[in-house]
Design a protein around this ligand. Sequence first.
Ligand code: GLU
Length: 551
Amino acid sequence: MDYEKLADLLYPNTKSPEYYEKMYPKRNLNGGLVTRFAPSPTGYLHIGNFFSAFIDRLIASNSKGVFYFRLEDTDKKREIEGTADVALGILKEYGIDIDEGLTLKGQKGEYGPYIQSQRLEIYRTYAKELVKRGLAFPCFCEQTNSLEQIKENRKQMLQENEELEHKDVCRNLSLDEIEKNLEQGKSFALRLKSKGKKDDKIITHDLIGGEREMPANCKDVVLIKNNKIPPYCFAHAVDDHLMRTSVVVRGNEWLASLPAHLEIFDALGFERVNYIHTPLICKIDEETGNKRKMSKRKDPEADMRYFKANGFPKEAVLEYLLTLANSNYEIWRLNNPNESYKNFNFKIEKIGNSNPLFDMAKLCDISKNIIANFTAEQVYDKVCDYSKEFDVEFYEILKSDKNYAISVFSIDRNGEKKRKDFAKYSDFKEYFKFMFYENSKNIQDYELDNINLKNLREVLEVYLNIFDFNDDKQIWFDKIKNMALNLGYCIDNKEYKKNPTAYKGNVADVCTMIRIAITQRKTSPDLWTICNILKNKTTNKINNFLNILKN
Ligand code: GLU
């Protein structure tokens, strides 16, 4: 077969590989590693892909290398408009800076274009090279035959030669037959002439998984589809080579196709890239009880937009992913509570090998610690940012009186023992609802349990008379004790324990009654602080509650 002729027939007028090799020279980064994030715009950013991108960024930063973004948009049928921008927006929000490639402001860098659909000429050039070297062949099956016919042909071929399992029928076409097909205007897919044989094994190497023996590829995989567009396996090989990628970080769901990818790299004469197949973040499937990759269809948290929409601080999400990425991260964090994670010495070899389970409780714990360390002003800004997008009504309330909101968010924030009640920005509204909204008009919404309503009314009525929001905490409490004493409550705990039936209750019960009227709950932050911030609203709330009690 005259492969040169075949190559010109299939791909006339292309540039040469040398042209592109020169155009995209090896990078001179003094050991800096080149990583890339290469999502397909076929859905919203998956937490697993974000995890890979984060690792890409860490590897590039730690080695003073380059992290670039490439859009793998060759599957036009599955493309969902806007998803690339969503991915770029999320990376930006999380501070995963892109050094090169596609950004929200367009493409930048010397190794572009960074959008695969703009690189078809380049793929043609390398496809032609494979044909020239007798390593790829055109396949007309899809156009010429029905699926049944393809299967039938394959069966026949196998009967003739068992060795050819997985090989495509068209690899046996003569130049004349190919020419005829082309003259008839038939389109073709280009396939790799795989050298692999059944039962062949190869050794693959992964920077975290080490060496693995795997079945060799023996399929004549498609390199360029009928529509002239390459699928991932070919496009990424050409791109990762020409963009001078040193490490490909991708989810370990790609492991199975690694032998085919390696065969393509080898056929093209490219130096193999290093791979890191990252562990997949998993869940236990509710129906089957089995561990499985997180799915955007089943798990809302698989979609990175979930965390923002639910008010998780981005610091917490990154922190959580870092604990999955490097097993020694948590200890480092304990010893370096105030350092930026960027100062952590991230190590490729410390990336775990087994698929972790997504742990919402752990994320919440991390988040609570982070939020506990924010100042009230920081909380105000962050809750405002969150609410502006996801809870406009609350945002308007926060904006209408900034000082008031900050004083509310200051509650239990400055002392030694910081409360860790908040895992999400959205929790603040729920927790401090009574500070920003009128209380419920429905008696069922108050945690009254078995409180005697007559006693309750009595306490509240007297409290209304003695309450003055200008009182300091001591005076305020002295007044309450005095009131408790007059109404038949015990103010000495020891005495009360000795003789409980002699009293209506103790002073703590009195405070609980006031607390319920104001906050609807039996537990709340410090009561004096609440009353002191609410000022006149304290009496309004109690009056409203007394009205509800009357009905
Ligand atoms: N486009 C592929 C995906 O979105 C990229 C895989 C890779 O990182 O190589 O899954």
